[in-house]
Design a protein around this ligand. Structure first.
Ligand SMILES: C[S@@+](CC[C@H](N)C(=O)[O-])C[C@H]1O[C@@H](n2cnc3c(N)ncnc32)[C@H](O)[C@@H]1O
Length: 320
């Protein structure tokens, strides 16, 4: 079967939002080529800790980003290109720079696109303790305290290599002491829940609004633990969820974190930690304000390039 590939030339800060637009048009898959990802690679660190990319093998762009998506012939996506173009241009209303927002189309054969990225994805030690290993590669930990996360992200977001995921992993390493309960909102491939379990979290409840992500997270949990290691359900934010946990983590766009903040407050025990990531620099103040308006105390702000993560705490009973 032939597929139509639609590609948008945009900026690094807009890649997630453009990917979301494609998903709204029922794309069957999204590929991101981001110049920032390549600039951040430190060849020496890669050599020490296992290799993420083989630079010389990869066709890459030196500026901005290209987000491509794939549609079956039956969707007649070419007729909708003007609407896609308009949605991308309108990202400036949300404080994101859409860049040139140039849209191109081409025809690709079969489903090669679905597995194309796999050849660039290798084991990588992402934080002090966490190494992500693609499910199809063998790997032996190099130190005793290294925790391995086996992952086949498939169509779901979360290979572990995006800065927002890395910031979330670093924040989890900072707050986890062992034995906590946790909710992961927008679990994607399940990467944060699997990492948290490896770092010693007890009960984990993970949600995602996207059914493909829920399936992918379940498959990835099975790659690492037993089926019943954690509960993963389709859900929009924390609507209808009434729990009392020690940690809530959410790596989602800022616009979605804002309504999540009061729900997180309700679902945390006194003293519980709320980790948010997915925050582009222009949105940091908006998210911080939503967090403090919900009576959280901001403990720490982590930063990687244009991206931020916030660790906040619900006051303990004594602080009320
Ligand atoms: C940036 S990805 C993060 C994936 C993974 N947690 C990570 O850190 O790599 C955001 C995820 O949030 C999900 N999501 C978006 N809006 C949501 C909502 N309203 N409720 C629950 N999940 C949502 C998306 O489907 C996507 O899987």
């Amino acid at each position: 079967m032939n597929w139509t590939q639609i590609s948008v030339l945009t900026t690094s800060e807009a890649v997630e939002a453009v990917a979301n637009i494609f998903m709204d048009f029922d794309a069957s898959g999204v590929k991101i080529e981001d110049a920032e990802d390549f600039k951040k690679i430190n060849p020496q660190a890669e050599a020490n800790h296992g290799r993420l990319f083989d630079m010389k093998d990869i066709p890459h762009i030196s500026n901005g980003a290209i987000v491509s998506s794939y549609f079956p012939d039956s969707q007649d996506i070419l007729a909708k290109v003007p609407m896609i173009e308009e949605r991308v241009r309108n990202l400036s209303d949300f404080g994101l720079n859409p860049g040139p927002a140039e849209v191109k189309s081409s025809i690709v054969a079969d489903e090669d696109w679905a597995t194309e990225w796999e050849k660039y994805y290798h084991p990588v030690r992402l934080t002090r303790y966490l190494t992500i290993v693609p499910s199809w590669e063998g790997y032996n930990p190099t130190t005793g305290d290294e925790q391995v996360i086996r992952l086949d992200p498939g169509m779901a977001f979360g290979t572990g290599t995006h800065p927002t995921t890395q910031l979330s992993l670093q924040a989890l390493e900072t707050v986890i002491r062992g034995g906590e309960s946790m909710i992961d909102v927008g679990t994607g491939s399940g990467v944060l829940s699997i990492a948290a379990k490896r770092l010693g979290v007890g009960d984990i409840f993970a949600t995602d609004v996207d059914d493909i992500a829920v399936k992918s997270a379940k498959d990835n949990v099975r790659l690492n633990f037993n089926d019943d290691a954690m509960e993963i359900v389709p859900n929009d934010l924390l609507n209808g969820i009434h729990k009392q946990v020690d940690i809530i983590v959410a790596n989602i766009l800022a616009e979605i974190l804002v309504p999540l903040a009061p729900q997180a407050f309700e679902n945390l025990k006194p003293g519980g930690k709320f980790i948010t990531a997915g925050i582009i620099n222009s949105k940091l103040d908006v998210v911080k304000e939503a967090i403090t308006n919900s009576e959280f105390k901001v403990l720490q702000i982590l930063n990687m390039g244009d991206w931020y993560s916030i660790i906040a705490q619900k006051p303990t009973k004594d602080e009320d």
